[in-house]
Design a protein around this ligand. Sequence first.
Ligand code: ADE
Length: 247
Amino acid sequence: MKCDVLTIFPEIFTSYLNESIIKRARAKGLLDVAVHNIRDFSSDAHRTVDDSPFGGGAGMVFKPEPIFRAIDFLKEDGGPRKVVLLSPQGRPFDQSIAEDYSKEEKRFVFICGRYEGIDERVKTLVDEEISIGDYVLTGGELAALVVIDAVTRLIPGALGDERSVEDESFSWGLLDYPHYTRPREFRGLHVPRVLVSGDHREIERWRRKQALRKTMEVRPDLIARMKLSGEDMKILSEIEASSGEDP
Ligand code: ADE
């Protein structure tokens, strides 16, 4: 994925983009992120980017000119861009959007909103408005990092072990199954016997059952949207029959 980020707090990105998988993906050339300060595109000595809202009311609104100028600058090379505005009014971000973005050829521009909002005319530049959840953050910076992170994990070669991405919870449409590592017993808490049985078919089935159980409990809406296999239906009826018992 290639992207530009427009923000008035570029430092927020420095630490996250320089750690772990994101750092490695950048080093391998799988992820190209350039962070730009919207203030660099203002036209006055005070580097103003906001103003009070027409019609009155509390708070400040992002002015259109610096953002238009920033986008003009980013489009100067003529390459196609996909402009995404991060805001609580956007389409809810999920794994299928992350998958689409990971295959996108165009370079992204992520606009991070702040203050009470952004001058509506900026929307004429925007291809898609994205929200990361039904809550209001102080700005779009965390949301842009969430999107960049979720997309990067799906870029082939970005994770050390390619199986991890296939295994990962939402690729199945289910929540994740429980994980254990050494020691086998810790303060009287035991690792489920099946995981140390060496029986890989049984382990697979146990993991699927745990994932189905957890999803039923916490996110039944995900189950309702899924295409369940015959085996899944069988596992679900086992879960129902044993409800109240230990896993
Ligand atoms: N900016 C503020 N809140 C947000 C949210 N929930 N998603 C995306 N951008 C935001």
